[in-house]
Design a protein around this ligand. Structure first.
Ligand code: ADP
Ligand code: NI
Length: 241
């Protein structure tokens, strides 16, 4: 993360980057620190573009950057893996693996203010697609009422789930985790393509910023083209047998 210019204290960002590495370096490449790095860079790009579009809009860049950096901390799909990677089984450690508080705790432990820590935790807790599907109006309300940075971080994370990178991540995720997430009797690669229609191609319509929407349009088209190639080749192999 060293190459990026950060508006929050350099040392806080550096300490939290080290925390992210310690939690996520062992994850499969769909959710490793390189994904986080792309989301931070994407969030900075969207932030700059949104500020240029509307100079009156106010986003706290420290909140954007820290929330982007920490957005996948506490991901329930990986939490047991994070727990296993540490030999410390004390009550302290267990408490620090609570997905609803671990970002806030880590920020407080590194000297962030209670306000900043709570704000970043709230954003991180509401970034995911699953959370949004459960209650879309709650997300909209948060964005409008004090958490505009959520829109930027969410869009940056979703842009990494579509386009060429999204295709790479989807196959990587199922290659690494498949047996846990693919229904009995289905092949991992077929499930990956199914995931395009079930989720990935819907993300464009859920973008929260104008900049994110424009970028998502291009990347979603790439998904559709790829899926077309896939179906064509599948049809050819079916036809040739
Ligand atoms: P979010 O950050 O919105 O919660 P996830 O972390 O669940 O998204 O997923 C990020 C990426 O990992 C997805 O875009 C996809 O490529 C892959 N992925 C996650 N869950 C699945 C799944 N059940 N099937 C296929 N791919 C998945
Ligand atoms: Ni993510």
């Amino acid at each position: 993360f060293a190459a990026e210019k950060m508006d929050c204290g350099e040392s806080l960002f550096a300490a939290m980057s080290a925390f992210v590495s310690s939690c996520m370096s062992g994850h499969d490449p769909s959710h490793n620190p390189a994904h986080v790095h792309r989301v931070v860079a994407g969030a900075n790009t969207i932030l700059a573009a949104e500020q240029a579009l509307d100079p009156a809009a106010h986003f706290d860049s420290t909140v954007v950057q820290l929330a982007a950096l920490l957005h996948d901390i506490g991901d329930r799909k990986y939490i047991s893996q994070v727990a296993q990677s540490t030999s410390d089984t004390s009550e302290n450690k267990k408490a620090s693996l609570d997905p609803t508080t671990m970002v806030r705790e880590a920020l407080l432990a590194h000297g962030a203010s209670p306000d900043l820590s709570a704000k970043v935790q709230t954003i991180v807790s509401h970034v995911s697609y699953t959370t949004e599907c459960k209650d879309p109006t709650a997300i909209q309300r948060l964005i409008e009422q004090g958490y505009p940075e959520l829109a930027i971080v969410q869009d940056a994370d979703r842009l990494d789930a579509i386009g060429a990178l999204g295709i790479g991540r989807c196959f990587t995720f199922l290659g690494a985790q498949g047996r846990r997430f693919v229904p009995e009797g289905q092949w991992e690669m077929d499930n990956a393509i199914e995931h395009f229609g079930e989720k990935l191609e819907k993300l464009e319509g859920m973008m929260k910023t104008e900049t994110g929407r424009q970028m998502a349009r291009v990347r979603t088209e790439r998904l559709r083209i790829f899926r077309g190639w896939w179906e064509e080749e599948m049809g050819m192999s079916a036809g040739s047998t």
